[in-house]
Design a protein around this ligand. Structure first.
Ligand SMILES: Cc1cc2nc3c(=O)[nH]c(=O)nc-3n(C[C@H](O)[C@H](O)[C@H](O)COP(=O)(O)OP(=O)(O)OC[C@H]3O[C@@H](n4cnc5c(N)ncnc54)[C@H](O)[C@@H]3O)c2cc1C
Length: 585
């Protein structure tokens, strides 16, 4: 059912048109197509992921963006909180969307996050007590590729075994795993957690990373949800086609503008400035926007749904004036803290052709070895102490007393996307991130050209809280590697601030502003709010406020950022959204 050219379409009318064949879009496509009486069209701007070997190799993930055919290759605006830097803003431009290029970390965030969504939306069914049922529909926990005993690395009763996306624990022991584990025994502030998925487990503590992979190969929404639905005659997926606008197709009986007409063109080759005449398709029931936080926001605005003053300046006729469209952009800032080490690291995979070739041969032959693993085996989530001085001026932004403020990830390799690995010496990277940031940004159109990337301003590090939490996370990383477990391994922190050995608050702040990047977890620009609320973009059933025939199902609808990596929450959101859409049919 995967078409590569618009001319292969045999009809221009479908019950549902899903814009974006990404993480959420393919969940909805797969679930809706379970009902054989529905006809569904998915329109995806990127290429078909099938047969794209680089996407399949877990360790390869950091090479898939930026500046590749799998990425939209856009950047942020100049970040005032990041020393005026403009940074890459990766998002998948391929079937499977960001689930085809992400780093495979998989978890559900804290139950508190979902309970907060239930409260904000006024719909208790967004709370964890209701959402937890979707874990077993979504997840298939499988054995790690090396078959090792995982009994103390996850809690089986909290996982699914027959869902769509395969999840596994690290498949090859990393030489630092035992040191990380020993540190949880040596330093009480970093307790071990037997399961890092969150949800029914506490998200707080440090443990083994679960990744969206099986048998050493990535599981994306395309290789799972779509693969399960691929032979259904009621589902059509068109790749290499970019939606440029939704068109008002009439009004509902209550006078709300209907958006059931979609204009798209064959995705232009890079550098091609001539755009074809739009092709028109119509939805009998609904159009579902699943173009991701950036893509969905851009399309709403191009279609006249947004801030009328902003739209007027770029000669777009406003159909629904909603100033919240494009506001409230939230993302997780992360900082790669590199340490020089003495022992065995994975650095050879980045700079030694002999090791690279041997690893690739091993992966191609039996999907094992270092390439079969994601870039980290262990990570953890922590809270700032309750008596931290920042809480004298800033209310605690976490979703609850059991949801974290910051994260720490251990990668036994040079993992600083901003800089190539130096030619000599060995490195380990201790990435830290702020997972309850208070900085807010915007997504706005530059002009009315659908092929001009919008201005994406995540507003990184523009609040005292975010700087405070980032600084404390770095101090914690320094305490972590000062534990006895590391004395014969860590030589010294590597790079700028650390090289001079001064770690006071001012120098760490300068370092954060110079080093931080994006975890690529944007949310919030089409925020969910209660029915009748004076703010927000979608209702709790994900229908667009003030519109008819239009829903949004993707990361953009989270009104605040969940406190962990976002693909798991997006998958669960899309599972429930599918049930809502089916029930409304
Ligand atoms: C490099 C990277 C690493 C990440 N690492 C992790 C991780 O390790 N763990 C984790 O949990 N999360 C991670 N994330 C975040 C996570 O993958 C996303 O939050 C999630 O996948 C978003 O899902 P979505 O459905 O909202 O959007 P996407 O999955 O991005 O889907 C949007 C789709 O819409 C398509 N599209 C957009 N505009 C148009 C248009 N005009 N016409 C047609 N199609 C369009 C896009 O091409 C894309 O396929 C990462 C993200 C990136 C980019």
């Amino acid at each position: 059912v995967i078409l590569t050219q618009p001319s292969q379409l045999t009809t221009n009318t479908f019950d549902y048109i899903i814009v974006g064949g990404g993480t959420a879009g393919l969940v909805v496509a797969s679930r809706l197509s379970e009902n054989s009486s529905f006809s569904i069209l998915v329109i995806e701007a990127g290429i078909n992921d099938h047969g794209e070997v680089p996407l399949q190799i877990p360790f390869n993930a950091p090479t898939l963006a930026p500046k590749t055919i799998y990425d939209w290759n856009t950047t942020t605006t100049e970040q005032v909180g990041l020393a005026q830097r403009i940074i890459p803003y990766a998002r998948g431009h391929v079937l499977g969307g960001s689930s085809s290029i992400n780093f495979l970390f998989h978890q559900y965030c804290a139950a508190d996050d979902w309970n907060r969504l239930g409260t904000i939306s006024g719909d208790a069914q967004w709370s964890w007590g209701h959402i937890r049922q979707y874990v077993s529909k979504h997840e298939r926990m499988v054995a790690p590729v090396d078959g090792h005993d995982t009994s103390d690395q996850f809690v089986p009763s909290t996982h699914g075994t027959s869902g769509e996306v395969s999840i596994s624990l690290p498949g090859s022991n990393n030489s630092i795993d035992s040191r990380v584990f020993a540190t949880t025994q040596q330093l009480a502030e970093f307790p071990y957690t037997p399961d890092t998925s969150g949800g029914d487990n506490t998200l707080l503590g440090l443990g083994f990373l679960q990744s969206s992979s099986s048998g050493g190969v990535r599981s994306s929404s395309s290789t799972t949800y779509l693969a399960a639905a691929n032979s259904r005659p009621n589902l059509t997926v068109l790749v290499n086609a970019t939606v440029i606008q939704l068109i008002q197709s009439g009004n509902s009986s209550t006078g709300a503008p209907s958006f059931r007409t979609v204009h798209f063109v064959a995705s232009p080759a890079p550098g091609n400035l001539t755009v074809d005449t739009p092709i028109v398709v119509n939805a009998r029931k609904e159009v579902i926007l699943s173009a991701g936080t950036v893509g969905t926001t851009q399309l709403l605005q191009l279609s006249g749904i947004g801030n009328s003053s902003d739209l007027g300046h770029i000669r777009i006729n406003t159909i629904i004036n909603n100033p919240d469209v494009g506001n409230n952009l939230i993302d997780h800032p992360l900082i790669p803290n590199v340490f020089e080490v003495t022992g065995s690291t994975l650095d050879g995979l980045l700079r030694d052709p002999t090791i690279q070739n041997a690893s690739m041969t091993q992966w191609l032959q039996n999907k094992t070895g270092p390439l079969a693993n994601s870039v980290a085996n262990n990570y953890g989530f922590f809270r700032l102490p309750a008596n931290s001085s920042i809480f004298e001026t800033t209310p605690d932004p976490a979703s609850g007393s059991k949801s974290p403020h910051w994260e720490i990830i251990f990668s036994n390799v040079w993992f600083d996307p901003g800089f190539a690995i130096p030619a000599t010496r060995l490195f380990m990277t201790v990435v830290t991130a702020v997972v309850s940031p208070t900085s807010r940004g915007t997504i706005k159109l530059r002009n009315n050209d659908p092929f001009q990337p919008p201005m994406v301003d995540p507003g990184f590090m523009t609040t005292d809280f975010d700087i405070f939490a980032a600084r404390e996370s770095i101090k914690a990383a320094l305490r972590f590697v000062a534990a006895p477990a590391w004395t014969d391994y860590v030589v010294a922190p590597f790079g700028s601030i650390f090289a001079v050995g001064v770690t006071n608050d001012t120098t760490i702040e300068t370092y954060v502003r110079g080093q931080a990047g994006s975890a690529f977890h944007p949310v919030g620009t089409a925020a969910m709010s209660a029915f009748g609320a004076s703010n927000g973009v979608v209702n709790p059933d994900l229908t667009v406020k003030g519109a008819d025939g239009l829903r949004i199902v993707d990361a953009s609808v989270f009104p605040f950022i969940p406190s962990c990596h976002t693909q798991g929450p997006v998958y669960l959101l899309a599972e429930r959204a599918s049930d809502i859409i089916k029930a409304a049919a």
